[in-house]
Design a protein. Structure first.
Ligand code: CP3
Length: 347
């Protein structure tokens, strides 16, 4: 009953709504002065993520400023390698740096022992948020998908085309699949715990899915996601699961059919018309707005927003960006975006 007030849950379940719900990837972050202020109190980014006081506060900031339809847990996809025992550091202006996993021997050092106690702060954050957010707001939990997390673990940093990881996956698929299988297990139990603590929807971010060939995409993106979806549904059959195989192109269709996700985030390279015809009949779509349009603002941004609203008005749709908000984004442009969505009426 209570769920009926939640616009996002209604949309993803295919119920009638008068406008699409809206939230934004990376809605908490450096583009907000209030985020930078709280963040300056803790230099170590992972400690910041594991502190429920900080994490709850910054999760709520964009809700208070813009009145969004969902809160996304404040954390990071790299808490999983950290909890498995890999050394992970974040450097200002440089992003994450990890001690790379290069072979079976490095892999042997990873372990699920102490995994949940390491992540206890994240679970506590979810628990507190589920009590604190407005009753019409949906709480989204998340994790990185195995392929993307593996790329950071193997490259030791962010990498545009992930050459070392791709090479390992071709050269020694059995050894690489041990890493992926460990990540499937860790991601499954991590998301189940988030749901146990109050997450109402979960999202898997597969930021680097697009670098893989068709067959490798099947092995390392679609199949691991399918297994995670299946594992979560055994325990929580009614919690919607969303995927984000960024850069998948027309493989989005196969991804949706095989994984059985309830919703999918579309990057800004996807044709709206194609996705409305091919993806939307199968699951809820969200995303597609170019994050740089939100930096620029003005008339062209507004046109892009209306194109997406119009294009997806025939089915289940959650408004979002095609990738995370960038630090240069003026908060006024986000406010304008929210205004447009709030004024929009579905026919
Ligand atoms: O508001 C939210 O969306 C929730 C928080 C969130 C963060 N990271 C906080 C964060 C979420 C959902 C993520 C996901 C994430 N993290 C992804 C997948 C989505 C995507 O954007 O592709 C990836 C690939 C990461 C890994 C990561 N974390 C990188 C590459 C970086 C450095 C780049 C950057 O933006 O600084 C981070 C750091 C990070 N994660 C920040 C935030 C707010 C910035 C850290 C800071 O405050 O200095």
């Amino acid at each position: 009953m209570e769920a009926n007030k939640k616009l996002l849950l209604r949309a993803i379940r295919g119920e009638a709504v008068t406008r699409p719900p809206v939230w934004l990837m990376r809605q908490a972050g450096r583009y907000l002065p209030e985020y930078r202020k709280v963040r300056s109190q803790e230099k170590n980014f992972l400690k910041f993520c594991y502190s429920p006081d900080f994490a709850v506060e910054v999760t709520l900031q964009p809700l208070m400023r813009f009145g969004l339809d969902a809160a996304i847990l404040f954390s990071d996809i790299l808490v999983i390698p950290d909890a498995l025992g890999q050394n992970v550091e974040f450097y200002e202006g440089k992003g994450p740096v990890l001690d790379p996993i290069c072979n079976d021997k490095d892999f042997e050092r990873l372990s699920m022992e102490g995994f949940h106690s390491h992540l206890a702060g994240v679970y506590e954050t979810v628990s507190r948020l589920s009590k604190k957010i407005p009753e019409e707001t949906t709480l989204i939990g998340f994790a990185g998908a195995p392929w993307t997390v593996a790329t950071y673990m193997v490259e030791g940093q962010g990498s545009k085309d992930c050459p070392t990881t791709r090479t390992w996956a071709y050269r020694e698929p059995d050894s690489f699949s041990k890493l992926i299988n460990l990540l499937i297990e860790a991601t499954t139990v991590y998301l189940i715990k988030q749901i146990d603590h109050g997450a109402e929807v979960v999202q898997l971010f597969d930021t680097w899915a697009g670098v893989l060939s068709e067959y490798q995409f099947q092995c390392w993106v679609t199949e691991p996601t399918r297994k995670i979806v299946q594992n979560i549904r055994k325990v929580h059959p009614n919690v919607p699961i969303m995927g984000f195989p960024r850069g998948a192109g027309i493989r989005y269709l196969d991804f949706v059919e095989k994984t059985g996700v309830d919703g999918v985030s579309l990057d800004n390279g996807i044709s709206i018309k194609w996705a409305a015809a091919n993806i939307q009949p199968k699951c809820t779509v969200q995303g597609n707005l170019d994050n740089t349009a939100l930096i620029a603002g003005g008339e062209l941004m507004e046109k892009e927003i209306y194109r997406i609203l119009d294009g997806f008005s025939g089915g289940s749709h959650i408004f979002n960006l095609g990738h995370g908000i960038l630090p240069q984004t003026p908060p006024e442009n986000v406010l304008r975006l929210i205004e447009i969505i709030n004024e929009w009426k579905l026919k």
